[in-house]
Design a protein around this ligand. Structure first.
Ligand code: DGJ
Length: 708
C-alpha cells in the first residue's frame, strides 16, 4: 500500500510505496530538504535521519550541493540548480518561504502531496508535487510555478525534480546513447566527480540519448543490488544533470528544455513542468526494468489491456512507390500470413514520389490513388485487417503547396538560412494556427476514411528555431511546440476512440513516457537488421515494455547493413515485442510464406505473455554466447523464452538458462516437446536451450504450468 504521512514534531513527510520509502522535510531556512529514498522506513525511523544544521565548515563551502528537493539558484548554493528565475528588477536569487501543504487521493490507489512555497519577497509561488501509487514503487514528481505579480518574470531553468541518493561508497550511472538507426546503446560507467549532463537540444527526445537514468553503488547486477532510476515524461529538448559532489554524495536534477533558453512567465501565468517519475529497487537492473514496464502498463499507456495486432508496414517493401494496385496486392499477401493491421507508409499523398516534395499536402496522390484511399481501405477491411496510415504532420517540404502558401509557418530566424534536413523544414507547432491546421486535416482524414491507426513520424531535429512574429518566440516555442503536439494527439484520440497511434521519429527519436501516455506503441529504430536489433531492443527494454515496441521482420540482405540473417531468426527477434512484417512479400518464396505464417501463428499463441507478462533478460547481448529473454504471465501459468545465438564458438559449451519468475512448487510442460519440467530445476539448475547447430541459431520455448 502507498501512503503519505507526516510527523509534525520533526516536520518529516514520509511517502511510502509498496516496497520503498521517500522522506523529506522543510528545514529551518524554509527550504525543502531530502532525507531518504530507498528501503522501507517507518515515520519514526525517518525522523532519525534529521540531522542538526551543520555549523559553518569554511567560508568556501556553502549549502551542500546534494540533498535538497529542488536546489535553487540563490544563497550559498553552488551546485547545478533545478530552479533559476529572474524577477522583473533583474534579481535572480530565490529564497524559500513555506506557505502550506495539501494531501489528497486524486484516484483510488493514488496519493498526492503538494508543498507550497513562495519567495520571501518576490511574487512567485512554487509548488512541489509528489504522487505515489498502491501498485507501483514509482514516485512521480513535478513542479508548478505561478507568477502572482503584475510584472513578468523569466524562468531560466525549471526542472521537474531533483533526486538525492543515500550515501554509498561508490556510484555508477547507466544510460543509453545512440544515433539514427543505432539507438539504445547501453552504457554503465562510474559517475565522475563533477557534473555529467545528459541532454537533447534537438527539440525532440532524440536518438542520441533518452531521458532516463539508473544509478547504483557500482555493485548492482541484472538480478541483485540497489538501483535508483528516473525517467522524464517529455518529448522535446531535455536535460538531466548528475552530480557527484566533493563530499562524496550523488544527486541528479532533470527537466524540460536545454541550456540557454528562457521561459517568460507573464503576470498571473503558471508553468507546470513535465512529470519526472523515479523508483528504487534492491532487485538489480532487471527488477528496475520490470517495475518500469509494470508502471508503464498500469499508469502510462492509454490502452494497456489490449493485445497489439500483428501489423504489416509497406516502407521497406515499396518505399515511396505506393499505389492502390501495389498495396492491394501486398495486403492480400499480408492477410495470408496472418497480419491483422495493414499500414501504408510514406508516399501516398501530394507530389511525394521521393523525399524532395509533397510533405504538407495531405491529399492522396492523384497518380497512385486516382479514386482516393477508399478502394484500398475497403479491400484491407474486406481482407479482415485494420487499416493504418503514415503521417508526418510537423514537417513540410519547401517544394509543396503548403510551404508556398505559408512560408512563415516554419521554424526560422530572419536573415538566417533555413537549413533543410532530408529536404524538409519543421513546421512551428508552437503556433496555434499551425496546430489547428494539423488537427483539422488529421481528424478529417481519420473520419472520412475510417482509419484505425496512424504512424506519426517526425524526421528531423530543429534548427534555426525562431518564431519572429512573436515576442520571445524563440524562448517559448520549445515548450509550446510539445504542448501543442500533445494537444493535437489528445484531441484526435478524443474524436476517434478506436484510433491507435504509433510514435516514430525516424525510428526511436521520440520514445519517452510523455509520448507513450498518448500513443499505443513506438517504432524503436529504422534499423531492422535482426543482429543489431537485439542490442537496440535490449536498450529499449531498460525502461519501456515489450507491449510498446514494434518490431518488423524485413528482407535480406538488410537494406541498411547488407547482412543476411535467416527468416526464423528474424522472426524470433521481432517476436520479442509487437511482431510486425515489413518485407516485400511479393518476393517471398512459397517456403518463406509458409514459415512466416507458421511463426505469426506461433506469436499469436504467446503474445499475451510477451506483451503483458513480466520480462527477465536471462542473458544480455554483451554476454558471451546466446542472448535470451523470458516473459512470464502475471499468474505464473505460462512462460515464453526466446534465445538467439549469432555465432557459437567451437568448444564452448552452451550455457544453461536459469529461468526466473516461475511458480517454485509447480511443474511446467514444454508445449513444443511435451516434456514436463520441475520449476525448481528450471530456475535452480537451468535448462540447455535447444539451439540448432551453426550461425544464426534461434529458438523459442513455451512453458505451461501443469495443474496437478
Ligand atoms: C522514417 C521512419 O522511421 C520509417 O519507418 C519510414 O516511415 C520513413 N520515415 C518514411 O519516410
Amino acid at each position: 500500500m502507498s501512503a503519505i504521512s507526516f510527523d509534525p514534531a520533526r516536520g518529516v513527510w514520509l511517502l511510502s510505496t509498496p516496497r520503498t520509502s521517500y522522506a523529506l522535510r522543510v528545514d529551518d531556512t524554509g527550504a525543502p530538504c531530502h532525507l531518504a529514498w530507498g528501503p522501507r522506513l517507518t515515520l519514526a525511523a525517518a525522523g532519525e535521519l534529521v540531522s542538526p544544521p551543520a555549523g559553518e565548515i569554511s567560508s568556501f563551502e556553502g549549502r551542500p550541493p546534494a540533498g535538497e528537493e529542488l536546489p535553487v539558484d540563490g544563497g550559498t548554493r553552488y551546485g547545478a540548480p533545478s530552479l533559476r528565475v529572474q524577477f522583473a528588477d533583474g534579481t535572480r536569487a530565490f529564497e524559500w518561504q513555506p506557505v502550506g501543504h495539501s494531501t489528497g487521493e486524486p484516484s483510488p490507489g493514488t496519493a498526492e502531496l503538494a508543498l507550497e512555497f513562495c519567495d520571501r519577497h518576490y511574487p512567485l509561488t512554487v509548488v512541489l508535487h509528489y504522487r505515489v501509487h498502491d501498485d507501483s514503487d514509482v514516485i512521480e514528481r513535478w513542479t508548478v510555478l505561478r507568477n502572482t505579480s503584475r510584472e513578468p518574470l523569466t524562468v531560466l531553468r525549471a526542472d521537474s525534480a531533483a533526486w538525492t541518493l543515500p550515501p554509498r561508497d561508490d556510484y555508477r550511472l547507466s544510460h543509453v546513447t545512440g544515433r539514427w538507426s543505432a539507438e539504445g546503446l547501453l552504457h554503465r560507467e562510474p559517475v565522475p566527480h563533477g557534473e555529467t549532463v545528459l541532454t537533447s537540444r534537438r527539440g525532440i527526445t532524440s536518438h542520441h540519448a533518452n531521458p532516463w537514468v539508473m544509478l547504483d553503488a557500482g555493485d548492482a547486477t541484472e538480478d541483485r543490488g540497489e538501483v535508483w532510476s528516473a525517467a522524464l515524461a517529455w518529448s522535446g529538448s531535455w536535460h538531466v544533470t548528475v552530480q557527484r559532489t566533493p563530499d562524496g554524495r550523488t544527486a541528479f536534477t532533470g527537466g524540460a528544455g536545454q541550456d540557454g533558453t528562457a521561459l517568460p512567465l507573464g503576470p498571473g501565468e503558471e508553468y507546470t513542468t513535465p512529470r519526472c517519475a523515479a523508483l528504487y529497487t534492491d532487485g538489480g537492473f532487471g527488477a528496475a526494468s520490470r517495475a518500469w514496464h509494470a508502471h508503464t502498463l498500469a499508469h502510462v499507456l492509454p490502452h494497456p489491456e489490449e493485445l497489439r495486432p500483428v501489423l504489416f508496414n509497406s516502407w521497406e517493401a515499396t518505399g515511396f512507390d505506393v499505389s492502390e494496385s501495389g498495396q492491394k496486392a501486398l495486403a492480400g499477401q499480408a492477410a495470408e500470413l496472418g497480419v491483422e493491421l495493414y499500414v501504408v507508409d510514406d508516399g501516398w499523398f501530394g507530389a511525394r514520389r521521393d523525399d524532395t516534395a509533397g510533405l504538407g499536402d495531405w491529399t492522396p496522390a492523384a497518380k497512385g490513388f486516382p479514386d482516393g484511399l477508399t478502394p484500398l481501405i475497403e479491400e484491407v477491411h474486406r481482407l479482415g485487417m485494420r487499416f493504418g496510415l503514415w503521417v508526418e504532420p510537423e514537417m513540410v517540404n519547401p517544394d509543396s503547396d503548403l510551404y508556398r502558401a505559408h512560408p512563415d509557418w516554419v521554424l526560422h530566424f530572419p536573415h538566417r538560412a533555413r537549413t533543410e534536413l532530408r529536404n524538409q523544414l519543421v513546421l512551428n507547432f508552437a503556433r496555434d494556427d499551425v496546430a489547428e491546421w494539423a488537427y483539422g486535416w488529421l481528424t478529417r482524414l481519420v473520419a472520412d476514411n475510417g482509419i484505425d491507426f496512424l504512424k506519426w513520424d517526425m524526421n528531423r531535429a530543429f534548427s534555426e528555431a525562431g518564431w519572429p512574429d512573436r515576442a520571445e518566440g524563440q524562448d517559448v516555442l520549445w515548450t509550446r511546440y510539445v504542448h501543442n503536439l500533445y494537444a493535437v494527439i489528445d484531441r484526435l484520440r478524443a474524436d476517434h476512440h478506436g484510433l491507435r497511434i504509433e510514435t516514430c521519429s525516424g525510428g526511436g527519436g521520440r520514445v519517452d513516457l510523455g509520448i507513450l501516455s498518448r500513443t499505443d506503441q513506438a517504432w524503436p529504430s529504422d534499423n531492422t537488421d535482426a543482429a543489431d536489433r537485439v542490442s537496440i531492443q535490449h536498450g529499449f527494454s531498460q525502461v519501456y515494455p515489450a507491449r510498446a515496441m514494434t518490431a518488423w521482420v524485413t528482407d535480406v540482405p538488410n537494406q541498411l547493413t547488407g547482412r543476411c540473417v535467416p527468416l526464423r531468426y528474424r522472426f524470433h527477434v521481432a517476436m520479442a515485442g509487437v511482431l510486425a512484417i515489413g518485407g516485400d512479400l511479393a518476393h517471398w518464396t512459397a517456403e518463406e510464406r509458409a514459415e512466416g505464417a507458421e511463426l505469426v501463428a506461433r506469436y499469436k499463441e504467446v503474445r499475451h505473455i510477451v506483451q503483458h507478462g513480466t520480462q527477465h533478460r536471462l542473458r544480455g547481448p554483451g554476454d558471451d554466447g546466446p542472448t535470451a529473454v523470458q516473459y512470464t504471465t502475471g499468474d505464473r501459468r505460462e512462460a515464453f523464452v526466446l534465445v538467439w545465438q549469432r555465432a557459437p564458438r567451437h568448444g564452448t559449451p552452451l550455457p544453461v538458462l536459469r529461468l526466473a519468475g516461475l511458480d517454485p512448487a509447480a511443474r511446467y510442460r514444454d508445449t513444443g516437446t511435451g516434456t514436463v519440467h520441475h520449476a525448481s530445476v528450471l530456475t535452480g539448475y537451468g535448462i540447455t536451450p535447444d539451439l540448432p547447430r551453426g550461425d544464426w541459431a534461434s529458438t523459442s520455448l513455451h512453458l505451461v504450468r501443469v495443474d496437478e
